[in-house]
Design a protein around this ligand. Structure first.
Ligand code: FDA
Length: 390
């Protein structure tokens, strides 16, 4: 073995694939029983519907290099993501656009009138977005109180399980309002879903004969041959698990939010007519409902016509045994992260990457770009005995 990759998510798989291409023998371990980390999906046998097991994953990028790279392993459909929001018994298109505004204000405004209205409502808030003391003040300063109350307040409250007045203003950088009817959720150049599913894409990435994948293997289990105890200092390691866990939480735990996805098969062909519906109101306990058949309209002939699969999404702080999904990143977390980064600098032959290893929210294309960039630095070379994988 020339390199151990801990974690078979998109970061780990990209590094493994690149390393194998350059002639290294790579072992990839993951404590889960499948490839792909959070991007994993599988086809529900009863309905033929591909279910994203860790929440909806849509591939999108404007990075030409990443787009060329991923298409070596899979073709993509021309799916374009659109999200809707059910507020007070009415469905609105998101992100907030001219359609949302005209529906919400019962108006027929053009772009200039809508812009003037939002500017007026934001000014009425009497708060400056730059100096806002909390998330609520900042949101109101950006889009005015009515839209904030309808689409942001309850959703944010449910996401963070915290009143937005107690959340730092920095949680939102901006709240884009589109003064057109464009309701494409992502504005990247390229977008789509892997044509044959995430499974075949991820398997293709791991299919190089120099890659040996071991699933159901925990790096911190001292009884298995690729454990931290046995490999550290013996071979270069790319570690994509939680950085605080690697150092036994010595500087304290980094806070994450997790999601509970309640997946259900319903006895109807089509439950909501779209893939993702948000629920921003506080009297609904979940934040959104995913309906997976809508990700692949081109597969309707293979989908059950009398049933559909949905998942209700609930958000809460992650406990020690939960899957970490989104970094919370309080000032205390950032101080801990600084300490872990220092420890990581001094850790011989170990590179920390991916969303868990760097304590950053990364979209799939960002995880891949970051792995390609790391590998492009040429830190690990076959047969050199080089110990530093950083
Ligand atoms: P990832 O978490 O995928 O992989 C890390 C792997 O390390 C995991 O498989 C884990 O089991 C393993 N591991 C951890 N500790 C270990 C240990 N001790 N021993 C062995 N293995 C260990 N992106 C996007 O582009 N479009 C989208 O629509 C979405 N949607 C989305 C929804 C939700 C709910 C989330 C949480 C995330 C997204 N994403 C997304 C982001 C996407 O999931 C993310 O970019 C990739 O998962 C990042 O890949 P990584 O390899 O960094 O981490």
């Amino acid at each position: 073995m020339d390199l151990l990759v801990v974690g078979a998510g998109l970061y780990g798989l990209t590094v493994a694939e690149q390393a194998a291409q350059s002639g290294l023998d790579v072992v990839v371990i993951d404590r889960r029983d499948h490839l792909g980390g959070n991007a994993y999906s599988s086809v529900d046998e009863a309905t033929g519907i591909e279910v994203h097991r860790y929440g909806s994953h849509i591939f999108h990028t404007s990075n030409e290099r990443v787009w060329q790279y991923v298409r070596r392993f899979t073709a993509f459909t021309d799916y374009r993501h659109r999200v809707f929001s059910t507020h007070a018994g009415t469905v609105y298109p998101l992100p907030i656009n001219l359609g949302t505004l005209n529906q919400f204000f019962h108006a027929a405004m053009g772009p200039a009138a809508a812009q003037a209205l939002i500017a007026e409502q934001a000014a009425q808030a009497g708060v400056d977005a730059e100096s806002a003391a909390n998330l609520e003040d900042k949101a109101v300063a950006l889009i005015g109180r009515p839209l904030y109350e309808a689409f942001i307040r309850g959703y944010t409250h449910k996401q963070w399980q915290t009143d937005p007045r107690e959340l730092p203003a920095s949680v939102i950088a901006r709240l884009p309002v589109r003064y057109t009817y464009d309701n494409r959720y992502f504005s990247d150049t390229y977008e789509g879903l892997p044509a044959h599913g995430y499974g075949p894409w991820l398997e293709a990435m791991a299919s190089h004969p120099r890659i040996d994948v071991r699933l159901g293997v925990d790096f911190f289990d001292p009884t298995q041959p690729f454990s931290k105890d046995r490999v550290r200092g013996q071979a270069p390691i790319v570690y994509t698990g939680p950085v605080d866990r690697y150092f036994d939480h010595s500087a304290g735990p980094l806070a994450w939010r997790t999601l509970d996805l309640e997946t259900q098969t319903l006895p109807v062909r089509d439950f909501q007519g779209t893939s993702v519906m948000n629920y921003p109101d506080l009297d609904v306990p979940y934040t959104r409902i995913h309906e997976f058949r809508h990700f692949h309209p081109e597969r309707e002939d293979r989908h059950a016509q009398d049933r559909t699969v949905i998942a209700r999404e609930f958000s809460r702080p992650a406990g020690p045994d939960d899957e970490p999904y989104y970094p919370v990143s309080t000032p205390a977390d950032r101080e801990r992260l600084r300490q872990y980064r220092e420890l990581a600098e001094d850790e011989p032959g170990v590179h920390f990457g991916g969303r868990l290893g760097s304590y950053l929210y990364l979209d799939m294309h960002m995880a891949i770009a970051s792995a390609l960039q790391f590998w492009g630095q040429g830190a690990v070379t076959a047969g050199t005995g080089l110990r530093s994988a950083r």
